[in-house]
Design a protein around this ligand. Structure first.
Ligand SMILES: [Zn+2]
Length: 192
């Protein structure tokens, strides 16, 4: 797994890690810390693997204010969210009111779902709904996450994947982005 890829995946878990000079932590300790601070992952094993990869690169990690998602009850349809995309670089201009919460609708992620579709390019799982979520421990505003439901009935986060990895010169633009579920994104990362 590529270093940047691992960090990117970690972001999908909404864990912010800062590096600290020459003070390497053990993965177990990081996991313990995350649990202690209230972070709960639906897929701890996966998270563990990602952290282990990062340790391999000898990046000293320190968890900083680990984050947990809070979600509003209402689920939004694909159409409800994707029809509100605003293609602007002006953050203020991009805000749309969703039941009392202003959400920036100009992200490349939403545009990827709109252009590339809501189906994982690798395994074919299909995004079913958007959840309005934000990090509990921060003053961040809400954003939408797209979820599919797997055969076991569990939610699977849908992500944007760089077709040509940014670490290998791939651009961060729509032409180089495709929809992929978080698991296939991880498996692809292993091959890069
Ligand atoms: Zn997939």
């Amino acid at each position: 797994m590529d270093k940047n890829k691992a960090l990117e995946i970690l972001k999908t878990f909404s864990i912010k890690l800062i590096t600290k000079k020459k003070k390497t932590k053990r993965v177990g300790d990081i996991m313990k810390e995350l649990t202690h601070k209230g972070y709960v992952s639906d897929d701890r094993r996966y998270l563990y693997e990602v952290l282990k990869e990062l340790i391999k690169f000898e990046i000293p990690l320190k968890t900083e204010n680990p984050l947990r998602y809070e979600r509003t009850e209402k689920q939004y349809t694909i159409e409800e969210v994707l029809s509100k995309i605003i293609r602007t670089t002006d953050k203020k201009m991009s805000r749309v009111d969703f039941d009392g919460d202003l959400i920036s609708m100009n992200s490349l992620r939403y545009q990827t779902f709109s252009e590339s579709g809501i189906i994982c390019k690798t395994c074919g799982i299909e995004g079913k709904f958007f959840a309005k979520e934000r990090n509990v421990n921060s003053s961040c505003s809400y954003h939408f996450n797209l979820y599919a439901i797997n055969k076991k009935g569990n939610e699977v986060l849908m992500t944007k994947d760089h077709i040509h990895p940014t670490s290998k010169g791939g651009r961060n633009n729509l032409k180089n982005l495709q929809t992929m579920c978080v698991y296939c994104n991880r498996d692809k990362a292993d091959l890069v």
